[in-house]
Design a protein around this ligand. Structure first.
Ligand SMILES: NC(=O)c1ccc[n+]([C@@H]2O[C@H](COP(=O)([O-])OP(=O)(O)OC[C@H]3O[C@@H](n4cnc5c(N)ncnc54)[C@H](OP(=O)(O)O)[C@@H]3O)[C@@H](O)[C@H]2O)c1
Length: 329
């Protein structure tokens, strides 16, 4: 597909999600709204700017603090006539670990909807495969407050959210193949999405094969390695192999990463509040990676980078990241 720009608005391909009510189509590119540092006004302006250039898919979470400014920006975009109705947007939010208890799921989503000023979400995700003592929304949770999730009843409550029409589809985030298999063993509505860390330095081959076979769309988060944030680093954007490939195509490393995600059949959420970089990240549909590029990308040593130290404590239910991921690569 060529980059199509009509009056400054880029067209973005979409994928159809399984198990969604109302046949929702998710735009391949989503705007990530976990911002570090967080500035409500800058975030609202960035969302409005992104809508002007063609973004329609937004990725937020109760944890991020971005639901309120996102909701305000969406309302303003409709008022300004940048889109004709809410139906044009695809909005994802996530259930935080402190609300990952069967009786708290529906109220947590209702609270997110009030904050967003929306009647429904397009996608609601379980943020992490772990629960914690109900309470304040925060990243660092003391070890004694972490608990193993009661997957069956929490997933049952997620299904209830979809049945009540509060969300068009439901899914998970940071789930390994083993944890997904567990959900499939009792789900009456299977998860339509698994949102995970994915980029050329953490390619998630096994998980992607499993998701393809089970009709779960993989959404890549930190597709650029979350450079400049406290949870990421420059390891992706400084990679020499990617630099070489980008130079040969006359593209940026970021564009190579996003094009790679797209060619893997994944959707992705990328954060940029800079107008030029937002545009750049949309310009990935009129060229492709070559067989030689793939030979190089497939040789890149694999390493997961997302920092969890403040969250997965040494003596908690998950002693190491490998345990959280069931030792899977
Ligand atoms: N489910 C989960 O557990 C989870 C975890 C992490 C993230 N997420 C989601 O995924 C989204 C994206 O991931 P992320 O924010 O971690 O990282 P990311 O999108 O990989 O990287 C964001 C960083 O890259 C910079 N950037 C963006 N486009 C660029 C370009 N073309 N060239 C150079 N630098 C560029 C941004 O700076 P500028 O803004 O200055 O351009 C920002 O510092 C999040 O915002 C969030 O919605 C989900």
């Amino acid at each position: 597909m060529a980059d199509v720009e009509h009056s400054g608005v880029f067209a973005v391909p979409e994928v159809k999600l399984s198990s969604s009510s109302g046949h929702r189509h998710m735009p391949v590119i989503g705007m990530g709204l976990a911002a570090d540092p967080f500035d409500e006004i800058a975030l609202k302006q960035a969302v409005l700017e992104s809508i002007r250039i063609g973004y329609r898919h937004f990725d937020t979470a109760s944890l991020y603090g971005s639901e309120k400014p996102l909701g305000e920006a969406l309302a303003e975009a409709i008022q300004l006539g940048l889109v004709s109705s809410r139906e044009e947007f695809f909005v994802t939010s996530k259930l935080w670990v402190t609300d990952a208890h069967p009786d708290l799921v529906v109220p947590a989503l209702q609270k997110s909807l009030r904050t967003l000023q929306l009647e429904y979400l397009d996608l609601y995700l379980i943020h992490w495969p772990i629960s914690a003592k109900p309470g304040e929304l925060r990243v660092s949770i003391p070890q004694e407050e972490l608990q193993l999730m009661d997957y069956k009843s929490v997933w049952g409550a997620m299904e209830e959210c979809q049945r009540l029409g509060l969300t068009k589809s439901i899914g998970v985030s940071n789930f390994s193949c083993k944890k997904l298999e567990n959900i499939f063993s009792f789900a009456t509505i299977p998860p339509s999405v698994n949102q995970v860390e994915m980029n050329p330095l953490w390619q998630q081959k096994k998980l992607r094969e499993f998701c393809k076979a089970t009709n779960v769309t993989v959404t890549a988060y930190s597709p650029l390695g979350a450079s400049g944030t406290k949870w990421g680093s420059n390891h992706v954007l400084d990679n020499e192999t990617l630099k070489e490939i980008a130079k040969a195509h006359g593209k940026t490393i970021a564009q190579v990463c996003l094009r790679w995600s797209y060619e893997q059949g994944a959707t992705f959420v990328v954060k940029s509040f800079n107008k030029e970089r937002m545009k750049q990240n949309l310009q990935i549909f009129d060229w492709e990676l070559t067989k030689e590029d793939y030979e190089k990308i497939n040789q890149i040593p694999q390493r997961r980078f997302l920092l969890n130290e403040g969250f997965i404590s040494p003596n908690g239910p998950f002693k190491t990241l490998d345990e959280l991921w069931d030792g899977e690569l």
